[in-house]
Design a protein around this ligand. Structure first.
Ligand SMILES: Cc1cc2nc3c(=O)[nH]c(=O)nc-3n(C[C@H](O)[C@H](O)[C@H](O)COP(=O)(O)OP(=O)(O)OC[C@H]3O[C@@H](n4cnc5c(N)ncnc54)[C@H](O)[C@@H]3O)c2cc1C
Length: 453
């Protein structure tokens, strides 16, 4: 059934384009996306392109939301003969700390209770562990395999550090081409007649209801009437929302990644996404350590670095590593400031604790390329999706490090809010109004890990 209301979406990142796609699929015929730059080039082309259905609690909502998104993404992969290059290699969380065996077992049991799939324990060599396929995504395995048998770890993951004492191989996880996913969605919205206006939204006129947005383009301003306005401005969302009198509880963190030519295949091409769970001191040689100790500017490189360095192979020759050792909230600025000092060297050394063959590149990473952007997030690392402020105004934001994997379900959820009718069970967990509930605010003070990578 066609709907003729005017919808304006502010921002052509993956959140805005996905919202347009699902609104058009719902029968909305008058959709305009306002975007000052080239679509999908602020944050949505900077990601690691990875996904997982494994999310911490305190409840099942994130798992259900991301699982729905993965159903939709898998649907796109099927419809396009896997143009989006979706794989299902999994995520391998590993540790050399015996104290974390119980932590991983508990995590996987909780993930199972939240709908993330069954746990399989492998503590003897006789136990049957099924490796993930290098390509394709149509494997029935979900949940996680917890492997404590050291021989089994060596056999299936010979490139991991000998000290690895336990790993969790999460199965509904892997990566895809975010660029191709964005391109498919963009083509679909163009085919469905969604209009694009080049410019920045600089004002939002509201009363009891939203009325219009003002767009600034080449120094000129014009007004676009709207029955519904969706704010999807990624790192500029907090600023944009203030135009409508809304103070969103979101912050931005800078995150980087380094990609380098892995000419020696230190990370085998068929490897999964790998995450090291231990805090660490970077592996320096004795000479390097002595030199750093003597240099007051660089001495901090001898300090402990946090847990969470992660990386994966990328295509035929590259390896990508992320090490967020500098996660404080900042005011987003563009062009992006310089990356933190020595980022490539720190990331590579950090990752070499997990994959020792990477030590071959120490001091000489081959053609490192650093990029990144902002993780926009709420305190508890859950997105804001739904109505906010005046009638007819909606937000879709705070996708932290999971906005690619969440993109399809977030777009669908915005469309469901605007169309009215039944909402999925997880919808209330992402409403901006959740913070009005004193019980939710109390829960926030006890909220554990937000699952950020
Ligand atoms: C280093 C890094 C690694 C990541 N890894 C992953 C990963 O492995 N998996 C995953 O799922 N996610 C990952 N992410 C997160 C993911 O990339 C983001 O969550 C997602 O791209 C956010 O999309 P968005 O549409 O909200 O924002 P953006 O892509 O930033 O788009 C926002 C758009 O709004 C426009 N805009 C801004 N202001 C206005 C205005 N006033 N008027 C009109 N338009 C405006 C901007 O020009 C921009 O095009 C990663 C992010 C980073 C930085």
């Amino acid at each position: 059934m066609p709907h003729s209301e005017k919808i304006v979406i502010c921002g052509a990142g993956i959140a805005g384009i996905s919202a347009a796609n699902y609104l058009a699929a719902h029968g909305f015929t008058d959709i305009t996306i306002v975007e000052p730059g080239i679509p999908l080039t602020v944050t949505s082309d900077k990601s690691t392109e990875a996904y997982r259905n494994w999310w911490p609690g305190p409840d099942w909502q994130m798992t259900a939301f991301i699982s729905r998104s993965l159903d939709l993404i898998e649907g796109i992969a099927r419809e396009t003969d896997n143009r989006i290059n979706l794989n299902r290699r999994g995520y391998v969380f590993a540790t050399a700390d015996p104290g974390k065996i119980e932590f991983l077992q508990t995590m996987s049991q909780l993930a199972e209770q939240r709908g993330g799939g069954a746990v399989r324990l492998h503590d003897t060599a006789g136990s049957i562990y099924t490796p993930s396929p290098e390509r394709g995504f149509d494997t029935p395995l979900t949940g996680a395999d917890i492997v404590t048998d050291r021989d089994m770890i060596r056999k299936h993951f010979p490139y991991l550090a000998n000290e690895t004492i336990v790993l969790a191989h999460v199965r509904r996880a892997g990566w895809l081409s975010a660029q191709q996913l964005g391109a498919v969605l963009l083509e679909r919205v163009r085919e469905r007649g969604v209009k694009f206006v080049r410019g920045s939204v600089v004002d939002i006129e509201t009363g009891a209801r939203v009325k219009s947005v003002t767009v600034k383009s080449d120094g000129a301003r014009h007004s676009l009437g709207a029955d519904h306005v969706v704010l999807a401005a990624g790192p500029m969302q907090k600023k944009l929302a203030t135009l409508a009198g809304i103070d969103l509880p979101i912050t931005a963190e800078r995150h980087h990644k380094v990609s380098f030519a892995d000419t020696a295949n230190a990370v085998p091409r068929e490897a999964p996404m790998m995450i090291w769970l231990d805090e660490q001191k970077l592996p320096w040689s004795d000479d390097e350590r002595a030199a750093l100790a003597d240099d007051p500017e660089a001495r901090w490189l001898l300090d402990p670095f946090p847990a969470g360095v992660h990386g994966r192979p990328d295509g035929a020759h590259a390896t990508i590593v992320l090490f967020n050792h500098h996660g404080e909230a900042v005011e987003p600025e563009f062009p992006l400031p310089e990356p933190p000092p020595h980022y490539a060297e720190i990331a590579l050394r950090g990752m070499s604790t997990m994959v020792p063959a990477l030590r071959g590149y120490q001091g000489k990473p081959s053609r490192p390329y650093i990029d990144g952007g902002y993780y926009v997030r709420t305190r508890e690392n859950r997105p804001l999706i739904g109505p906010a402020g005046s009638e007819g105004l909606y937000v879709s934001c705070a996708f932290g490090g999971f906005g690619i994997m969440a993109s399809c379900a977030s777009g669908e959820l915005i469309a469901q809010h605007i169309a009215g009718g039944a909402l999925p069970d997880y919808a209330p967990a992402f409403l901006p109004s959740r913070y009005d509930d004193p019980e939710y605010r109390a829960l926030l003070t006890r909220w554990g890990d937000g699952g950020q990578l």
